[in-house]
Design a protein around this ligand. Structure first.
Ligand code: O2Y
Ligand code: MN
Length: 595
């Protein structure tokens, strides 16, 4: 089994896993199109993949209704002490967790093939990239990993030459007895799902789910949870951020990295087409940024991913035409509805609703049906290279220099459209206190306000108090080269519940103001919460928006802000003595400014 693997550590690991999981066979992936097509052909024959007549090279999958999203309650950061994982992570000690999971892994791949998937996060060979190897018993995972990461025999060559790797073990947790017929989406019940991370030994063990972030282990597990812990140890940053390049009419480039919690329109912003004359926006990444200080002292970012795992509902030619063009071919759709002529459909895709569909549960659907046709967390997996506005430098192994950080969240009220931090420490305070209303992209109540520091709560692989300190340390190291920090809220509503800001392409107006700020072209108003655009400085040319609405969008309700202070204090208190004193100083300064 797997005798062609020359890397000693990998060979040993493959044998150990095979002994434990007892698969019928072992297959080492090479990342070729033939391999992808073969895997898909098997899944079509088995009934789990539906080829889409209307989209060349594209397939629809339907998951088990119990396996539709990341499972935060079943996600663990398993460090030797609870303190190291911190208050925002579920924790079980590594010995106990490994014992439990070994019990589950024992014989869990019976009747199935065990796939060994060598992949690179980031361009193969880049000094910022990392190699991972995922072992999985899911051909759906193999095909998705082909799109989302760089699966290649070139990675295996690097491994053969002795490169280290991050082992990522995954099983759907559904062994097949001899003669047992498979189901369309095999997985384990929720109480035996485990998404476990061992950051002290750079190790990932996932069991029981075949869906998205639970199963495609290069993404949230490696590129955020494990990478964030590595980044702290090694002095770089692994962030839940999109990366884009904005170019002004004179040809000057600005690189922006922005962090938003799930379902805040991050993919839309990453692929935005500016409404402002002469400005160009290009996408470098839509979800994750790895950043290192370069030889010139600036911060350089790469997108470690190779594709987009975008949320389908709400994506349309109005909201994100670039995403719609990206998903015309070679795409895996999961939990979308199927049209009668062999296409996919989801809520918000078209104004006209098809008269008949097969819904994400495989049932007949009409506009009179009580449930949505597509699941709210239905996804497309698409190659980033297919995005019409992908930046020519998106695979530059040296990355792009970041000028601006943006934090934000979904807030009906209180938070204005945009403001700028006074300085780095204040910006870190804004990141550390960022809050958003929850949506269906994660299991749990919808509509609650959740403080989600740096949009990293579900993804930070160590104590978040230490993570805040790491941000402060990076600022100290960057000094005058540090990116400037802004906070945005595209989602402020009127008392009647209407969105005040058009959002989408018009968000370019806000980005333009940020660029003008860093070039020193515009002054700003100093307010108790930060620097706000001076009247007339936001470019509103061609936008039909009244001065009253603009005033409301920028309004600072000092009472409402003061009411946030106890909540921020309680939020900070969770981190105990791991909270950097410099953030407590920021909170006290805000309190005083609001007096
Ligand atoms: O539910 C999932 O497994 C996907 S969640 C996701 C996917 C792509 C990008 N971001 C996210 C997220 O939750 O932040
Ligand atoms: Mn994300």
């Amino acid at each position: 089994m797997a005798m062609s693997v020359k890397n000693e550590k990998l060979n040993k690991w493959i044998r150990e896993v095979a002994d434990m999981c007892q698969p019928e066979s072992v297959y080492v992936c090479n990342g070729t199109k033939e391999e992808y097509d073969l895997m898909m052909a098997k899944m079509i024959a088995g009934g789990s993949a539906t080829p889409l007549k209307k989209r060349p090279g594209s397939y629809l999958f339907r998951s088990d209704p119990s396996d539709v999203a990341r499972v935060e309650d079943r996600t663990y950061i398993s460090t030797s002490s609870r303190e190291e994982a911190g208050p925002t992570n579920n924790w079980v000690n590594p010995t106990e967790l490994k014992e439990t999971m070994k019990g589950l892994y024992k014989g869990c791949m019976k009747g199935r093939t065990m796939y060994v998937i060598p992949f690179s996060m980031g361009p193969i060979g880049s000094p910022i990239s990392k190699i991972g190897v995922e072992i999985s018993d899911s051909p759906y995972v193999v095909c998705n990993m082909h799109i989302m990461t760089r699966v290649s025999s070139r990675v295996m060559e690097l491994l053969d030459a002795g490169e280290d790797f991050i082992p990522c073990l995954h099983s759907i947790g559904a062994p097949l007895a001899p003669g047992q017929e498979d189901v369309q989406w095999p997985c384990a019940p929720i109480e035996s799902k485990y998404i476990s991370h061992f950051p002290e030994e750079n190790l990932i063990w996932s069991y029981g789910s075949g869906y998205g972030g639970n199963a495609l282990l290069g993404k949230k597990c490696l590129a955020l949870r494990i990478a964030s812990a590595m980044a702290r140890r090694e002095g770089w940053m692994a962030e839940h951020m999109l990366i884009l390049r904005l170019t002004n009419p004179e040809g000057k480039q600005y690189h922006i990295a922005a962090a938003f919690p799930s379902a805040c329109g991050k993919t839309n912003l990453a692929m935005m087409r500016p409404t402002i004359q002469g400005w160009k926006c290009e996408c470098i990444g839509d979800d994750i940024a790895w950043m290192k200080i370069g030889p010139d002292g600036r911060l350089y970012a790469i997108n470690p991913e190779n594709g987009f795992f975008g949320v389908a509902p709400g994506t349309s030619y109005d909201t994100n035409p670039m995403a719609m063009d990206t998903v015309r071919e070679n795409v895996i759709f999961t939990n979308c509805a199927l049209t009668d002529d062999g296409d996919v459909w989801w809520e918000g895709m078209t104004d006209e609703v098809p008269p008949h569909l097969i819904d994400w549960k495989g049932r007949d659907w009409t506009p009179h049906s009580r449930e949505d046709a597509a699941h709210a967390n239905a996804r497309f997996t698409a190659p980033a290279s297919q995005c019409p506005v992908i930046c020519k430098d998106w695979e530059n192994p040296n990355g792009v220099p970041i000028d601006i950080f943006i934090f934000g969240g979904r807030r009906n009220s209180v938070v204005p459209l945009v403001f700028e931090a006074y300085d780095w420490d204040h910006g870190v305070f804004l990141g550390a206190t960022a809050a958003s209303e929850t949506t269906s992209a994660n299991i749990g109540a919808v509509g609650n306000l959740r403080r989600d520091p740096f949009a990293m709560t579900p993804f930070c692989g160590y104590n978040m108090g230490d993570y805040f300190r790491h941000w402060l340390d990076m600022g100290d190291r960057l000094g005058k080269n540090a990116p400037r920090i802004f906070y945005v809220n595209w989602f402020r509503k009127s008392p009647e519940g209407m969105f005040l800001w058009p959002g989408f392409s018009d968000n370019s107006r806000v980005l333009k103001w940020m660029c003008e700020r860093i070039d020193g072209r515009v002054e700003a108003q100093k307010t108790p919460i930060g620097f706000l655009p001076a009247e007339g400085d936001l470019d509103l040319a061609g936008l039909d928006i009244s001065p009253e609405i603009m005033k409301e969008l920028m309004r600072i309700d000092t009472d409402a802000w003061a009411a946030e202070i106890p909540d921020i204090r309680a939020h900070f208190a969770k981190f105990g003595n791991r909270l950097p004193e410099r953030l407590a100083v920021q909170l006290e300064a805000l309190r005083r400014r609001l007096e």
